[in-house]
Design a protein around this ligand. Structure first.
Ligand SMILES: Nc1ncnc2c1ncn2[C@@H]1O[C@H](COP(=O)(O)OP(=O)(O)OP(=O)(O)O)[C@@H](O)[C@H]1O
Ligand SMILES: [Mg+2]
Length: 403
């Protein structure tokens, strides 16, 4: 099977063909080759700067079922699969990665597009407007429960459901920007959109470069809006940034959990970016300990890139995993952070601080950890001011760091 990979170059709103991706559906192997014309463009951007650098012949890949990192990042996970399946009246298990790649879509993350022919048109971008969210949220509940949803409502999702992740969500246009809207989910024990909003705001207060967020009421429910950092509006169209997850940056496989660690991520970041970025990663890691965000897997960290520069993307998907009251076990992050593996403790974070550019434990403590601990002292008042209910704050008391 042949798939034409298109790239939206910096400053341009129409994609150009970059090369051909050959996919063998039998043994799940993929092989991408750049087109010569693309590589000669002075402003060419690599499709995947780690596994597909320009001017180097790429090897076939079997990682993540034959998808090079950035290709894998460009297709949705669980939630997008559910919506795709609902639209076609099939089971989510019947949806292949290739179906998702070829689903014409202008809202997918990053700067890539996939077409079955070089002559296929630009995808139409028909994002739902914020005002239609109430209908979309009602449909999300039905999709989660595998209930039938009318075609009109599913059409409202149009291209809005192409982003990764498990939580029900949709991209919408609002206030001249593109936003990822995260809905409540049927399994929520608390008002998670409000809790995520407060956590993201708290991260900003702690000096972390986190994505811009809004909390909006839709009917009786709160939804979290996260401003898309890979899109900027240009006239009636959108400019895009290259995006890759930490999973792709490290060429890790989704099943290789034992390999995932913050310190090896930092080590590789050192060769591509400044030490300030390593310290920012460390700050995010420490914040995850303090807030008990144990879903900090390597697709919940990402990078923006262009032709020859990288930076951590704004932080996203930061929220506490609620602990059961009275059960005092040490949490574990999703990636190892220090000598004690994944143990989510400050001591463990300090054990590896030099690998993140700090000169000493004292420096990491004074410049990074202690100022955050100071801010966390007032987390409950802060959460309250962000719209989290007293009941939910009580539920979080044994979860979030206190001195
Ligand atoms: N502000 C943003 N701009 C652009 N892309 C984003 C933004 N926030 C998140 N993403 C992308 O969308 C994906 C899904 O978002 P997010 O991680 O918040 O959803 P989730 O359903 O909570 O995920 P998970 O399954 O990890 O819990 C992310 O993995 C990332 O690729
Ligand atoms: Mg996520």
């Amino acid at each position: 099977m042949e798939i034409y990979v298109f790239v939206y170059l910096p400053g341009e709103t129409i994609a150009v063909p970059a090369g051909l991706f050959n996919y063998n559906t039998d043994d799940k192997t993929g092989h991408f080759l750049y087109g010569r014309k693309y590589e000669q463009r002075p402003n060419a951007v690599p499709v995947d700067p780690v596994s597909l650098p320009l001017h180097k012949e790429a090897l076939p890949t079997t990682i993540n079922e034959g998808l090079y990192g950035v290709l894998r990042d460009s297709i949705p996970d669980y939630w997008g699969r559910m919506v795709f399946a609902a639209k076609r009246d099939i089971y989510p298990e019947q949806v292949s990665n290739i179906d998702l790649m070829l689903d014409s879509n202008g809202a997918r993350i990053g700067n890539l597009d996939f077409r079955s022919s070089p002559d296929d048109p630009e995808p139409q971008l028909d994002l739902p407007h914020f005002s239609t969210l109430a209908n979309i949220i009602n449909a999300a509940v039905k999709i989660e429960n595998n209930e039938k949803v009318s075609k009109e409502i599913l059409d409202l999702y149009a291209q809005g459901s192409s982003m990764g992740g498990a939580r029900p969500k949709c991209s919408v246009e609002h206030d001249e920007a593109m936003w990822l809207v995260k809905f409540p989910s049927k399994n929520d024990k608390a008002n998670m959109p409000a809790i995520e909003y407060a956590s993201m705001k708290l991260a900003k207060l702690c000096g972390i470069k986190s994505a811009e967020v809004l909390l909006q009421k839709v009917g009786t429910k709160d939804v979290l809006m996260v401003r898309r950092f890979d899109r900027q509006k240009r006239g009636n169209n959108w400019l895009r940034n290259g995006f890759m997850s930490a999973l792709s940056f490290m060429q890790w496989d989704e099943r290789d959990r034992d390999l995932w660690s913050y310190y090896s991520l930092a080590e590789q970041m050192r060769t591509y970016m400044s030490v300030e970025e390593l310290k920012e990663l460390y700050r995010r890691m420490v914040f995850n300990i303090l807030i008990n965000n144990t879903d900090d897997h390597p697709r919940n960290h990402g990078f923006l890139f262009d032709r020859d520069s990288y930076s951590l993307s704004p932080a996203y998907d930061i929220l506490p995993e609620i602990k059961t009251a009275g059960v005092s076990t040490t949490s574990r992050l999703a990636m190892a952070l220090g000598e004690a593996g994944r143990e989510a403790t400050i001591e463990n974070a300090l054990s590896s601080c030099r690998l993140f550019g700090w000169k000493s434990r004292e420096q990491a403590m004074e410049e990074c950890v202690r100022p955050m601990q100071q801010i966390f002292k007032d987390w409950s008042e802060f959460f309250e001011s962000c719209g989290v209910s007293g009941e939910d704050i009580k539920m979080l008391e044994s979860t979030i760091y206190k001195t």
